[in-house]
Ligand binder design. Structure first.
Ligand SMILES: Cc1ncc(COP(=O)(O)O)c(C=O)c1O
Length: 437
């Protein structure tokens, strides 16, 4: 393995970073919020990312998940290039959108009807609106530590905040969130069936929807958890929404609902479907989805949810090309096999170096927790050593491996050679962490 030596930042990149700081109020976007990750991306190919100074990183950030086939997959580039000369956005239904809707219905268990949006946040927001309209109830229940995007209902008690341990009251995660929204969000602890069941049963008359990430961040559901939530929501007249913005097409063609074998009423899908082109999907049972039919406008039970870019032909074309690749035999077997090698190799490297570490997730998306304890919920996550985690991410970057402080995202472009290289780096980094004490 040739050793990665990071080049100094060149003048062009320095100037670009200065401009970013001056012109863009959310600042220099880095996956970690720390200086060592400050860079300007020049290009991405396969599982490699290049910065403007000429450094090539082995990428496990992968755009935070959308690049399931890697950067600039040739089949996607070819399909988009062919289509783009015919325009991109018509605010009218078009062939790629129709074909894509059909393929989603074919592959995703709960999908009987489909609505296209542009971002994951939009789809989770609209899913909640659909549920409120359908049940004529107001409140939504989400799990502590789950992330469903940036709208006011979603940005409550996410991974960035800690509320009172035994309270179902949400903690808003941003200034500017309407206080009135707080009244309509209830929080339950992930993987705690007893507390969740009690909340659902006590407040069933008020709760329109339960929204959950079936793989919450990288915390899988404990056996029986999803199944029991499904039974409870069904019997209590509550809409069950699976936020599959990350897991859709990543864990299986049918997403987490296929992988874990539990079918929700509605699902939101985004990152895995279109190789980095902006599109998201809200899909589910016809009865609920049909509320989007504009012919219901005058009857008072129409749910409005259009957007200027919804169903744009380029994103739908990228998604069709992506699905064609994902449907190839052995795609998921290979993805899982490589991810499993990385998860196991990471655990072993830390164990050998004497560094307590738990690796959670599923092979296509996982992360380490520097802790002696089993990590099953948000509170367990908080007990892990965050300083060690930052050290881990920083040391990887020094060795040319890019990731955020959270997940490793695996793509079909990560080959055996890159996995070998990563495992060697894990061993080296584990020794460095142990030596740092
Ligand atoms: C599970 C989940 N839901 C929703 C979102 C929001 O998606 P977007 O950033 O496209 O709005 C994200 C983004 O990371 C996510 O991970």
């Amino acid at each position: 393995m040739t050793r990665f030596v990071r080049r100094d930042r060149n003048q062009t990149e320095s100037t670009l970073l200065q401009k970013t700081a001056r012109f863009m109020p959310s600042g220099v976007r880095t996956p970690s919020g720390s200086d060592e990750h400050e860079m300007v991306v020049e290009s991405g190919h396969g599982c490699w990312l290049r910065d403007v100074s000429g450094n090539e990183y082995l990428d496990y950030l992968m755009g935070s998940g959308p690049l399931l086939l890697g950067h600039a997959h040739p089949a996607v580039v070819e399909a988009v290039t062919r289509k783009i000369t015919q325009g991109s956005s018509y605010l009218m239904v078009n062939e790629p959108a129709i074909e894509l809707a059909e393929q989603i219905i074919e592959t995703v268990p709960c999908a009987e009807k489909v609505v296209f949006n542009s971002s994951g946040s939009e789809s989770t927001f609209f899913a909640l609106r659909m549920a409120r309209a359908f049940t004529r109830k107001q409140k939504v229940l989400k799990f502590e530590g789950a992330y469903h995007g940036m709208h006011d209902y979603a940005l409550m008690s996410t991974q960035w905040t800690e509320g009172a341990r035994d309270s179902s009251a949400p903690v808003p995660n941003s200034a500017g969130i309407a206080h009135s929204v707080e009244e309509d969000v209830l929080i339950a602890p992930w993987n705690d069936l007893e507390t969740t069941q009690q909340l659902l049963e006590e407040r069933a008359d008020e709760i329109a929807a339960v929204i959950l990430e079936p793989l919450q961040r990288t915390l899988p559901p404990v056996p029986g958890f999803l199944e029991r939530i499904r039974e409870l929501t069904q019997s209590l007249g509550i809409v069950l929404i699976f936020d599959e913005v990350v897991t859709g097409y990543r864990l299986a063609l049918g997403g987490a609902q296929e992988y874990y074998g539990v079918k929700p009423d509605l699902a939101t899908i985004c990152k895995g479907i279109a190789s980095g082109y902006p599109i998201s999907v809200l899909c589910g049972r016809s009865e609920i989805m049909d509320q989007a039919d504009p012919r219901r406008l005058m009857s008072g039970d129409h749910v409005r949810l259009t957007g200027t870019f919804s169903g744009n032909a380029i994103s739908c074309t990228a998604a069709l090309a992506t699905l064609q690749e994902l449907r190839r035999p052995d795609t998921y077997e290979t993805l899982f096999q490589r991810g499993r090698r990385l998860m196991e190799g990471l655990s072993l490297a830390m164990e050998t170096a004497g560094v307590p570490c738990q690796v959670t997730g599923e092979p296509p998306a996982f992360q380490p927790w520097f802790s002696e304890n089993v990590i099953r919920n948000f509170r367990d996550m908080l007990s892990a050593d965050a300083t060690r985690n930052r050290l881990f991410t920083g040391l990887l970057l020094e060795q040319g491996i890019l990731k955020a402080h959270e997940k490793f995202f695996i793509s079909t472009a990560h080959g055996e050679e890159e996995v070998d290289q990563t495992l060697e780096t894990f061993r080296e980094v584990a020794r460095q962490i142990a030596a740092a004490g």
